[in-house]
Design a protein around this ligand. Structure first.
Ligand SMILES: [Zn+2]
Length: 215
């Protein structure tokens, strides 16, 4: 099930639910104009949130090569609804295939499992899809661009700890400050960051607890 279709199916259900609530409120004698306005606002909010949250950028091939932490690649797979299991090379190749497949579109729809489930339950057939026969070699190339001014970064985008002007690596969590600060400029990057910082904070909390116990 393609996320886009799944959202279509889910939206039909949302609109129906909205209509049912409207009918119920009207039957209770509520003011039709008021009910209509609320129903319209609810739908607008729904579509706005879905569009803002689930219509994200495709990370291009070149950028995928710059991701060094396998955990980040796994997060990216989860965001795009790809299988996050396997070794680093497998995950990277999966993402590269995905980037090639979507190279003509800057944005793509993503959908959480619950929404995909709705789409599948309504049995909307997926569009025909040809598979790429090309095999992709593992590519781990260091990003060479570093124009981003470090003095403008004052906070680690992963763990929120303060950084000094000379730091290129966070002293607390070890994050590459340039790389992750750049990620903040895209929606998909912010999604990666929110997953990542959750993981890192959990780990940091755990380590602190371990230290306390050792005392
Ligand atoms: Zn940090």
């Amino acid at each position: 099930m393609e996320p886009r279709q799944a959202w279509g199916a889910f939206s039909i259900i949302t609109i129906l639910a909205d209509a049912i609530v409207v009918a119920a409120l009207l039957s209770y004698g509520f003011e039709p104009v008021l009910v209509g306005a609320i129903a319209l606002i609810a739908l607008l909010v729904y579509f706005y949130v879905v569009y803002k949250r689930y219509h994200v950028e495709v990370v291009p091939e070149e950028d995928i090569k710059k991701f060094e932490d396998p955990a980040d690649l796994r997060i990216l797979c989860t965001i795009y609804g790809l299988d996050p299991e396997g070794g680093e090379t497998d995950i990277r190749n999966r993402l590269l295939d995905f980037a090639r497949w979507n190279r003509d579109s800057a944005f793509i729809w993503i959908a959480p499992k619950a929404v995909q489930y709705f789409g599948a339950a309504l049995e909307i057939p997926p569009p025909p899809r040809t598979t790429s026969a090309r095999t992709v070699k593992s590519l781990l190339r260091e990003g060479e661009d570093s124009e981003l001014d470090l003095s403008r970064i004052n906070k680690c985008p992963i763990c929120d700890s303060m950084t000094s002007k000379e730091d290129s690596i966070c002293k607390v969590c070890g994050a590459d400050l340039r790389f992750y600060t750049r990620l903040q400029d895209s929606k998909v990057g912010r999604l990666v960051l929110s997953h990542k910082s959750e993981e890192v904070r959990r780990k940091l909390r755990y380590e602190v607890r371990e230290l306390e116990r050792d005392k």
